[in-house]
Design a protein around this ligand. Sequence first.
Ligand code: ADP
Length: 621
Amino acid sequence: MTKKSESAPKTYEFKAELKQLLNIIVHSLYTQPEIFLRELISNASDALNKVRFMQVTSQPVLDPDSELKITIAVDEKRKWFTIEDTGIGMTRDELIQNIGTVASSGTLKFMEELQKNGKTPDGDLIGKFGVGFYSVFMVTDEVTVETRHAGLESKGYRWKSDGKGTFTIEEIDRKERGTKIFFTLKDEYKEFAEEYRVKSIIQKYSNFVNFPIQIGKEKVNKLDALWRRSKDEIKDEELVEFYKFIASDWEPPLGHLQVSIEGTVNFKALLFIGTRKPDNFFTDIREKTLHLYANRVFIQDDAIDLLPEYLRFVKGVVDTEDLPLNISRQVTQQSPVMEKIRNVLTSRILQLLDEWAKNDPGKYEKFFKIFGMYFKAGIGMDFTNKEKIVKLLRFESTTKPKGELVSLEEYVARMKPEQKEIYYILGENREVVDKNPNLEYFRKHDIEVLFMTDPMDVFIVPQLDEFDKKKIKSIDKADIDLKEKPTENPEDTLAESSLNSLITVFKETLGEKVADIVASKRLVDSPVTLVLGKDSIDPQTEKMMKMMNMEIPAHKKIMEINPNHPLIRNLSRLNFGNSNDPILRNTIVHLYESSQLLDGSLSDPGEYLRRMNELLIQATK
Ligand code: ADP
């Protein structure tokens, strides 16, 4: 039943944020206007996947016999562009919902950021996000969408907009299901009404769309499922092209993996590891890049259950004969078939990484620098493969310049005969950690220490207890069995009685702030350092716990003082004169706070500076 008012075009307002997005798209994506075609084809292909899915799951659809395809028509003289699909179409509500709002809130934020920085989005940046349907307003001033949903009860609608703030919708008499989008190109973009130009863009971005794309009588794209071909039938260029298509990446992948399994589970997979570094750990890099097919029928484009989370950087296609077509997301999650596929893929990917590590260390290191932050989390998630993952971990080390990585195997191979443990130091970055006084002993004795300075390392350290039967230990832990350091000039060292008396003053001054004060065996160039007792939490973990609002058990550090250091000897001299000397007392507090500053636990820098200034005044009097 059609109400009269519905036959006249009705005007709607775009959501405010969409207006802003449109404005940004039109003004900042101008370097790559051809993107609009990729976006329209990708929407059409999604719509076709959806209607095919309805069909294979026996849901009734309009025009059940119409061919699933995309048709593009251009008219060079009139600068007309038309793209039509026989996909699922849209209802009136969907027209308002889907093309009147911004799909991903991240997109708008990202675009704003881009504009603020005055950056021109290059291919790589554009590849990072889908600009969607609205990119069409780069090349035209007005767009018409005519659509009819595949449901049997549907009606046809025409949506029209100049992309400036409003759109209209009216009911029309459309017979076929699917969507037709047409517009007149702006003068400066009339090239997109040239057939050969359109064909070359399709070959660039949309060659692997699963449905025929037709211009005139010609099918422009390849249509075979690449992953079903045998290895020697696939050319390298095709692999690269396919990767770029599926991952929306501009750069070729770092490597790929083709798997064909028959047996208790049957599937084919074509997987890739790219080179695009995620912005940060929380960037979702899995969006629509892991496709699941059941018997060549597209099921999901974000089938994250196919791989464990720590391998989320892997993109590609998995096609299996063992899943029913009408499988829902909940079912895929628990399906034993998915679990088997996941197990096979996981071990094959680990095997691939291991091959890289052995045969092409440069490539492996590149991989690890890009995706290590995800990958290393695997040691806490995948108990079955933990050992393999641990072998594939890489760290910076005191034996290598910044940027070079070492494995635990290499570390062990270099260990001194008398060394029994593997040492590491945890911290925020190499520069800061490098200056940590606790390293002095190790440097002096030529003992290698691994730098754990990646933000993820805090999480993996608790899982890293042993490698090759050797304990993996933080150099901060005070129970490290340090050999007595031979003193070069015995007269430089404080006599035991002076040292004990000084320690007493330190204890009086610092009181509850520290667990204990002891003479140090590890310090070489620094007067004091703070070390952890056997069971205390290191500062990085403490920070992390604070971030996660976890309760931190009370723990104090032990202060070690270096009896050979000139400053400590000076303090001992002051102590002889007057153990209450304010310079002595202030310096002790200052030394304590300086150590806190170094390990990142200083909580009141203002107070620290005030005390420092006081000391400077006294020193310059
Ligand atoms: P995205 O594709 O990232 O979701 P778009 O702005 O490109 O964002 O499209 C928004 C929505 O509009 C799509 O998700 C889909 O629901 C709908 N849509 C766009 N084009 C079509 C089409 N050709 N057929 C059916 N629905 C479409």
